[in-house]
Design a protein around this ligand. Sequence first.
Ligand SMILES: NC(=O)c1ccc[n+]([C@@H]2O[C@H](COP(=O)([O-])OP(=O)(O)OC[C@H]3O[C@@H](n4cnc5c(N)ncnc54)[C@H](OP(=O)(O)O)[C@@H]3O)[C@@H](O)[C@H]2O)c1
Length: 292
Amino acid sequence: MTPRALRALGDTGLTVSLLGFGAMHFDAIDDEAEVGRLLNGVLDAGVTLIDTARGYGRSEARIGRHLAGRRAEFVLSTKFGYGVEGVADWTYACIVQGVERALRELRTDHIDIGHLHSCPLPVLQQGEVSEALADCVRAGKLRVAAYSGENAELAQALADPRFGSVQCSLSLVDPANGQQLTATRKGVLVKRALAGRAWAQAQRPEDFCEGRYWDRWQALALPEPALPWSELALRWSAFQEGVSSVLLGTRSLTRLHEAQAALARGPLPEALAGAIATAQQLAGARDWPGLV
Ligand SMILES: NC(=O)c1ccc[n+]([C@@H]2O[C@H](COP(=O)([O-])OP(=O)(O)OC[C@H]3O[C@@H](n4cnc5c(N)ncnc54)[C@H](OP(=O)(O)O)[C@@H]3O)[C@@H](O)[C@H]2O)c1
C-alpha cells in the first residue's frame, strides 16, 4: 500500500484508506461464502474503511459474521435513525437503541463512525438526535458522530461541533456539495463518485437520481478522455479538497483492485481537471442540488 492510500479522517484521530468499501450493493449475493470472500478480500487489499447502514439489508449482519475476527483491521462506519422495532424513527430512543442494535448485528463493542442517515433538516435543527449520537460517543459505543446527507442539511451538520465527520455525494456530475468542504476540519466520506455510470447508459435511466445524473452528463458534454470514465470519475472525486475517502460499492474484487490502482495514479492531469471545471462552469453545475 502506498502512503498516499491512507488519509486522516479530519481531526477525529482516525485514519482511513483513500478507497473505502461501500457495503450497500451486495445484498443481491445470496451465497454466504462468496460474501465472506468479498469482505475478507477487501481487507486483504488494504482497504481499511467499510461503510454500511441499517437500511442495507443483510449488510451489517454479514460484516459481523465474516469480519468480527478482524475487527481491529478496519474503521467501521454505519448509519442510524430509523428501523428500530417499536420505536418511532428520528427520536432520541431510536438512535440509542439503533446503536445497540447495530453493535449486536456487527458483533463489535464499538462503531467507529456512526451517521444520522439522511436525517431531515427540521429534525437535525431540533437537535435531539444529534445529542443522542453525542451521548453514544460519550458512552464509548461510537468513536465519531457523523452526518450523511447533502445541501442545507450538510451545511447544518458541518456547523455542528457534535459531528466529527460527514458523508455526501460528490462527483463530476454532482459537484455542488464540494463548495462546503473546502475549509472543513471534519472527516469527509464521498459516496456516488461513479454517478450511476451515466457515461455507460444508452438511454436516460428511470431511477430519479440516475436520470438526473444522465441529464447532467449530457449537459457537461465532456470529450472522450484518454483514460476510462470510471477512473476519471474516481480520481476527480478523491482529490477534491477536504475529501478523506471515496466509497466504492462494488461486488467485484477485480474492480476494487482497479480502483485502488487508479487512485494511486493521483489527481487528474491539470489540463483534464481544468477542462472538467470549465464544462461544469458553462453548465451551471455549482447550482445543481446535491443528490442523495
Ligand atoms: N448515505 C447514503 O445515503 C448513501 C447513498 C448511496 C451510497 N452510499 C454509500 O456509498 C457506497 C457506494 O455506493 P454508490 O451508490 O455510490 O455506488 P458506486 O460505488 O458509485 O457504484 C456502485 C455500482 O457501480 C458498479 N461498478 C463499480 N465499479 C465499476 C466499474 N469499474 N465498471 C462498471 N461498473 C462498476 C457496481 O457494480 P458491481 O458490483 O458489479 O461492480 C455497482 O453496481 C455505498 O455502498 C454506500 O456505502 C451511501
